[in-house]
Design a binder for this molecule. Sequence first.
Ligand code: DOR
Ligand code: ZN
Ligand code: ZN
Length: 428
Amino acid sequence: MSKILIRGAKVLGGEPQDVLIDGETIDRVGTGIEAGDATVVEAEGQILLPGLVDLHTHLREPGREDSETVLTGTRAAASGGYTAVFAMANTFPVADTAGVVEQVWRLGKEHGYCDVQPIGAVTVGLEGKQLAELGAMHDSAANVKVFSDDGKCVDDAQIMRRALEYVKAFGGVVAQHAQEPRLTEGAQMNEGVVSAELGLGGWPAVAEESIIARDVLLAEHVGSRVHICHLSTAGSVEIVRWAKSRGIDVTAEVTPHHLLLTDELVRTYNPVYKVNPPLRTERDVMALREALADGTIDIVATDHAPHPHEDKDCEWAAAAMGMVGLETALSVVQHTMVDTGLLDWAGVADRMSFRPAHIGRLDGHGRPVSAGEPANLTLLDPAYRGVVNPADFASRSRNTPYEGLELPGRVTHTFLRGRATVLDGTLA
Ligand code: DOR
Ligand code: ZN
Ligand code: ZN
């Protein structure tokens, strides 16, 4: 079994320590550990985190392998410091049966540069009409515990209620893409000053907030657990804060792009900024940062949404919604949360590893960096400054809003059960 000694890294941003990996496991954490026959990784000045976990990734396989595959998507994830991703169900065919979730799970085992946990659809074909076979997906080899119609909202209150009741039996969770469909018909961007000036169809905050309000009340009524995808408005934060204060079992995520970008960018008409939910205002961005810092928002999730250039390099109205995010997430979080003093590195470990693994009930990830734990680890150099160049991405798609932007931090090593998936900044 191979041994690796990570020397002098700041574990969760704390005092420098040495971490000895033996095979798949962390063997020792301390100071002055002898290297012996171990391969040494000099990590002075670097931050060691538990391997990142993304609760919201679109891997696109099966069906849209032109935009991403399990192989390319997990390579992108490893590059970004992730050791596990949850794969969204809006594939072709939709992951609404035991057969499809097992296929995705098997692909993850075969070529995963990180662990892949499939998410199951809530309704058949994401059509919102009929509950999918949630129990069969849970009982399958993929052992699905997170269900979502992401891309679409489960807008029928009765279906949502039934889904919450069903997953309660096995401790599962429904992850809601909160978008009231009638209020967002024809919507192209956030509804506000900019949409009025540009004459683009507006996407009101209330379309998101009304669904979140309904769903936290349903979760309370049923006594079940609900997770809210990609919070984007200050009002959504207020509702989640209120629900948590009432003891409702709700968790919430925010994307890196909603922590940094605003709807002012839509003035460029560059479809790289077109995303669902839309970029909002500066006031919303600040509320989301504060909520992530105070724990109202539990986690950062990428909503990595790869699209081929023919679906993005077109006029605004016709362009697909979504942006890639796995390879820039940690840098955007460092820039918006750590370098601003809102969150320390232990907080980043909490929001990007511990809590997402806990919400998704994922074993072996989101564990403390201590002896006996699986060696799922991310090492990053926070002093690095680099300009984002999509040509460097491992993802099959290039639809990043950060092209040409200087961002801090770089993942130097990612370890998946002791195996380096990224070594000296390069995919292994
Ligand atoms: O921007 C988005 N893209 N939001 C979603 O909810 C779906 C995603 C996709 O699948 O492209
Ligand atoms: Zn969504
Ligand atoms: Zn999504």
